[in-house]
Design a protein around this ligand. Structure first.
Ligand SMILES: NC(=O)C1=CN([C@@H]2O[C@H](COP(=O)(O)OP(=O)(O)OC[C@H]3O[C@@H](n4cnc5c(N)ncnc54)[C@H](O)[C@@H]3O)[C@@H](O)[C@H]2O)C=CC1
Length: 388
């Protein structure tokens, strides 16, 4: 007899071959039978379609590794509280999923497939619901936050200061998700750019990306006094319990946000022996936070700030792309390493640090998918938007 795992994987591969038709049919079935579920999703569904099946594909890949699958599902469940997901929605999604699979697997679909999927989906939903319920006792599903500061530092980058309406627990290096009144149910992740403060204020560095609904709203159509909604703090690029005494941080563009929070935290707590901070931008005019970083270096002179420009000949300081520049500026294999910025930069930088002998447990980084994808993150099964 074929085991459940094989039945699920084989049938999922058959169904997935139908691509967009599969996801289109799934949502059509879900909304036809549960019109109220439409309210949970953003107005434009294009990118949402991929998300659900990417998360499902992730779960199917991990089915034989419960030690990874369960935490993944629990996180997914907690993350869905902010969408207002109810128990009944899980049942509705399960029914639409099975109906869709049956249709696209076609003649190969058997009662054994039905039973295997039904059991697997039941386990997925139980893990998600259980984690969401456990979380409900201690944290709100989301926070309202008033914009108390909005500075346009370059034509397309704003630094926002937010005051959440209730204590917002997070660690330096983590991100939150933001929903604006202009685009209900469209959530976008942003790193929090400061270490936790006594007054509870949060700072975000937001670059308006082409066709970015939330980022353009936050940069160009948001004023002091406006209110946004925040999801809980998430992400694994946080300070380890015992960081090395020497630290190097590499920040590309607005990837400075989480790195700045970590730098503040280390200055307040660990006081490393040396703290190198490479800040890379394309043109000198793209530096949007040097003044504040220089102030930090005045308070903590062991912070060694290195501004780097990649695309402008004539810059008086260090020139080049970060992965080309940083290795030549020191020996980093004894250091704790933090990297954030464009994914290509992060990947090249991390590969280089690995080649140079930095142990894996000392490498901390933050990867995202493309900003366009990230701008629509709402949904019943949101894939992990950011990996650390
Ligand atoms: N805003 C936030 O809170 C956070 C943003 N990020 C990500 O950081 C990125 C920042 O983008 P921008 O500000 O437009 O930076 P950018 O594209 O202007 O790049 C900044 C620097 O990174 C390096 N770089 C860029 N592309 C590279 C490549 N292909 N290979 C090697 N090095 C490269 C170069 O040194 C460049 O000067 C975004 O993708 C964003 O998603 C990451 C973490 C937090």
């Amino acid at each position: 007899m074929t085991d459940n795992l094989t039945l699920i994987r084989e049938s999922f591969a058959l169904a997935q071959a139908h691509g967009d038709k599969l996801t289109g049919h799934f949502y059509a079935t879900l909304f036809l039978h549960n019109p109220q579920a439409r309210e949970l999703f953003p107005p434009a569904m294009d990118l949402q379609r991929d998300r659900l099946f990417r998360a499902l594909a992730g779960a199917v890949r991990m089915l034989d590794r419960p030690e990874e699958l369960i935490p993944f599902l629990q996180q997914l469940g907690r993350d869905h509280r902010k969408y207002g997901v109810q128990d009944a929605h899980y049942d509705a999604v399960g029914a639409a999923l099975l109906a869709t699979l049956a249709r696209y697997v076609g003649d190969a679909w058997t009662p054994a497939h039905e039973a295997a999927w039904s059991e697997a989906y039941g386990q997925i939903a139980t893990a998600m619901r259980g984690a969401a319920e456990a979380d409900a006792g201690s944290t709100p599903p989301s926070w309202l936050a008033e914009v108390v500061g909005h500075e346009l530092r370059t034509p397309d980058l704003a630094v926002l200061t937010l005051r959440p309406d209730a204590p917002f627990p997070y660690q330096a290096g983590q991100y939150t998700t933001v929903e604006t009144a202009r685009w209900p149910r469209v959530w976008r992740p942003y790193s929090i750019a400061n270490a936790p403060r006594r007054d509870g204020l949060l700072s975000l560095h937001v670059r308006a990306v082409p066709a970015g609904w939330v980022s353009n709203t936050l940069v160009h159509h948001t004023r002091v006094g406006d209110v946004v909604r925040l999801g809980p703090g998430r992400g694994t690029m946080t300070l380890p319990a015992r960081p090395a005494r020497r630290v190097v941080c590499v920040a590309g563009g607005s990837g400075l946000a989480p790195v700045k929070a970590l730098v503040e935290e280390m200055i307040a707590r660990n006081r490393p022996l040396t703290l190198h901070l490479f800040v890379g931008v394309r043109r000198e005019s793209d530096f949007y936070d040097l003044q504040s970083l220089r102030q930090l270096a005045t308070v903590f002179p062991r912070l060694l700030l290195v501004p780097v420009v990649s695309d402008e000949v004539g810059f008086a300081g260090v020139q080049g792309r970060l992965p080309e520049v940083v290795p030549g500026q020191g020996h980093w294999n004894e250091h704790e390493v933090f990297v954030a910025g464009p994914d290509d930069m992060v990947v090249s930088m991390i590969e280089r640090f690995q080649r140079d002998g930095v142990p894996a447990e000392r490498l901390h980084y933050d990867l995202s998918t493309t900003p366009q994808e990230l701008d629509i993150t709402s949904g019943l099964l949101e894939a992990g938007a950011r990996r650390g």
